[in-house]
Every structure is written in C-alpha cells, then in structure tokens.
Design a protein around this ligand. Sequence first.
Ligand code: 5AD
Ligand code: FES
Length: 362
Amino acid sequence: MHSKPEAPLDHSRVKAWLLEGDPAALRRLWAEADAVRAAHVGDEVHLRGLIEVSSHCIRHCLYCGLRAPSEGLDRYRMEAGEILACAQEAIQLGYGSVVIQGGEDPGLTRTFIASVVRRIKAHTPLAVTLSLGERSDGDLLAWREAGADRYLLRFETSDPHLYNRIHPNLPGTVSDRFAQLERMRAMGYEIGTGVMVGIPGQTWGTLAADILRFQDFDMDMIGVGPFIPSPRTPLGGKDVLAFLAAPADQVPSDELTTLKAVALTRLVCPDANIPSTTALATLDRARGRELALMRGANVVMPNVTPVPYRVRYEIYPGKACINETATACRGCLEGRIQALGRRVAKGPGGRKRTECKDSSVM
Ligand code: 5AD
Ligand code: FES
C-alpha cells in the first residue's frame, strides 16, 4: 500500500486492506483509524449497560446458540421489575444508556416492552436502545412512542444468498433487515447494525461490501465482532464444512481480521458510534477490548444482566466477563480505558454528526 495521494476507499481498496499483511502498512491503518476516531468522536468512551432480557427465540439462525432448536438451554424471560432494577444499576454505575436485548421472543409483547421503556424513560435520564430482532412496524412504532431512542439490528452479511442460508425465513415471511432498518430510521430511531467477521461462507469481497454498506446506509452505530462457533449450532459442528467458501476466499474469524474491519469501518463512517465487542474480548481477553478501542472503536457495552441470567444467554460459549458482577466489570473497564489515555463519557452519547474531513494517509 502506498501513502498519498490515495484513491478513495472503494471496494477493491477495502478488500486489499482486509488482505494486507505488511506490518508497516497495518501500522498506518491503525494510526489512521485512531486519528479519525479522535477527530470525529473524541477520546471519550461511552459505556452502555447491556440487559439481556430474554433467551427465548423463535428463529433458526445457523450461527446462534439461542436458536429455537437449541436443546438443553435453561431459557428465561426477565420480569419488568428485574429489568428496571438493571436500569437503576446502570445509572448507579454512571452509564448513560441501556441496551435491552433479547432473542426474537413473542413473549416480549408490544405492551410489555412499551411499558418497560416508558417506565425507564419516566424515571431515569437513560437513553434506551432496543435490540429485539425483527419485529412488526406496529411494535416498533409503539416502542418509539414509549420513548425508545435507538434500535440495533445487525444485517449480518450483505450477501443475500449467504444471509438466506444462515438466517432461514420464518414460514410465510421474508426477512429484510435493510428494509426494517430504513423503516426504523423513518420512525426516528437512531439505528445500529453490524456483521460478524468470519461467518462460514463470508468471502473477502463480501466483507468489503458489508463495510461499504455501513457507509451507504449512513448507520449511526456499527458493531463488528468475530464469529465464534457455538457447538449448539449447525455452524459450530462438522456441518460447517458445507458452508465454507474456498480456502483462499473464506474470511477467518480471527482477531486481526476483526480489527482490520473495525478500523476500515471507522474510516468509512467517521462519526458513527462503534463498539469494541464482547466477542472480540472473548477471543482475546487480555487485549481485545483495548485493541479495538485503539483502532477505531469508541463504545463498550458492559453487561448489567444479573449473573444467574447472563450465563443462560449463551449466543456462543466462553463469553468474556460472564461471571463478573456489573460493578467489577465497570471498575475493570474504567482502568483499561484510562490506561489508554482515554476517559469514560457521561451522558447518553448519541451520534453527533461531524463535518466530513478528508482522511490524510489512506
Ligand atoms: N458468534 C459471534 N456473534 C454472534 N452473534 C450471534 N451468534 C454469534 C456467534 N456464534 C451476533 C449476531 C447477532 C448479535 C446479537 O450476536 O451478529 O446479531
Ligand atoms: Fe468486564 Fe474487565 S471488561 S471484567
């Protein structure tokens, strides 16, 4: 890779960066992503308290341990009072927002979620993000009217063929997450999306297209984490062989590739909120959170789910921080953030649009 003058980050250049192996070139990529992060979203790291409200799910996603056919899971759905207690704990820990996440669970009814959101918004200054999968416009509108600020729905891959293989439609419906994201934006939600890195069947070209899709869609929040095989799923066992792309094309689900994807996402979406994901921390407990924060990320989503529930929310095994109390994780994170010369943000931390500045060295 050459330095200036540089062509814009089009598909072939994003793909070339994903494949880049030269340490000196990668140091330039890391430095540029970090500089763009500092210029557009600053040194503050926003902490969002994650509340995993239900492990029930009606879907059959081939990658996710909570899929309906997973047996032997001790499924749970939190009561409203328990969710509100988690929100209170998030406030005590100084978090400016909570993320209410769950499987696609019809037991989380429109009225139940609306009432939980309304109560959080009435009694706290928290921004409320929902991450409850594919839901009807009626649900989404009711929750927005109840005060929900943001919605996270990863599109998982921009390759429609791969998407349909790993994310089977429910009978009689066609899943279109891009359309839902656009409808939620029209409803006034801040919208977040993302993909897994190294999902079986994901090629270098597909991942490059995913990253450019974040930019085309002008996403407010973008989560990019490694795929971690779950033995409860078809993609976590020997069936995976039928899904893999040719060896030269298949993206590995490793830390380096994930960090490249995070850095490139920052370059194409300079003012988006980008988390350092728990999945990356799971791959590299010692340095995963820090490395993403040093290479483009500006958000962390520490878990505030009561420990007895969160161990049952097993999307993939071995999740980082799973046995840490919310208070311990808060303290640990603050130390890690300060050691990077950064600081924990106060307040809800919504997206602030900045003037587009040309990136200097890419
Ligand atoms: N490994 C990593 N991430 C996963 N997710 C689901 N299953 C896995 C897995 N096995 C991610 C999906 C989903 C988000 C909630 O978790 O991207 O959107
Ligand atoms: Fe959660 Fe350290 S980041 S315990």
